[in-house]
Design a protein. Structure first.
Length: 204
């Protein structure tokens, strides 16, 4: 996890706190120092002072999002107000703590932030694995998964593809096997996750 604060005393206090519960922490005195570092590919979070030299914490939050850096943020401030906290939370901050805060408040916020990042990473890994499976499909099988995700039955799929219903069933079985889907509902969920869809409505 990371801390950005231009107050050396606060950096030292947080370093001591986090290490006391066996959390690995890196501290920085400015946003630019943080950006120059190499971020480890592990679940993490950022404890960020709202008032930094050169750029505000809220501005830096936007900069990180624009750069595709999605580390969960816990803001801390000695000058907090409701509009600032609302803006921070709307932009995705996990928490907004006003100095002085209790140590347990910070540890609880960090625990929530790390849980958020672990879930995000697990979700991204799942999507990556699904994309690899999807890439193993033939062009025809990709058509089939799109039609299946739109709720079309084998008869309609066969008609749309210009094949027999038996052939459509074979394609669907192959798609489910290659995508490692346990059920039709599971396959549809995978298609939704991957953003695969067809605009063909089912005929009644």
């Amino acid at each position: 996890m990371f801390v950005i604060d231009d107050d050396s005393a606060m950096r030292e206090a947080l370093t001591s706190l986090f290490r006391s519960v066996d959390l690995r922490v890196e501290v920085f005195g400015s946003a630019s120092e943080f950006l120059q570092s190499r971020l480890p590919n592990v679940a993490s979070c950022l404890v960020l002072d709202i008032r930094l030299p050169g750029v505000s914490g809220l501005e830096f939050q936007v900069d990180l999002a624009d750069a595709g850096i999605h580390v969960p943020i816990i803001f801390m401030t000695g000058h907090g107000d409701i509009p600032m906290s609302v803006q921070a939370m709307k932009a995705g901050a996990v928490d907004f703590l006003t100095k002085p805060f209790r140590q347990q408040e910070m540890l609880d916020a960090v625990s929530r932030a790390l849980a958020v990042d672990r879930k995000r990473r697990a979700d991204e890994q799942r999507v990556s694995e699904l994309r690899l499976l999807y890439e193993s499909l033939t062009a025809r099988e990709r058509e089939v998964i799109a039609l299946v995700s739109a709720g079309l039955r084998n008869k309609r799929i066969a008609a749309d593809l210009g094949v027999s219903e038996v052939t459509a069933k074979v394609h669907r079985v192959n798609v489910m096997r290659k995508m490692q889907a346990r059920s039709l509902a599971d396959l549809v969920k995978m298609a939704v996750t991957l953003g695969i869809c067809s605009d063909k409505p089912e005929r009644t």
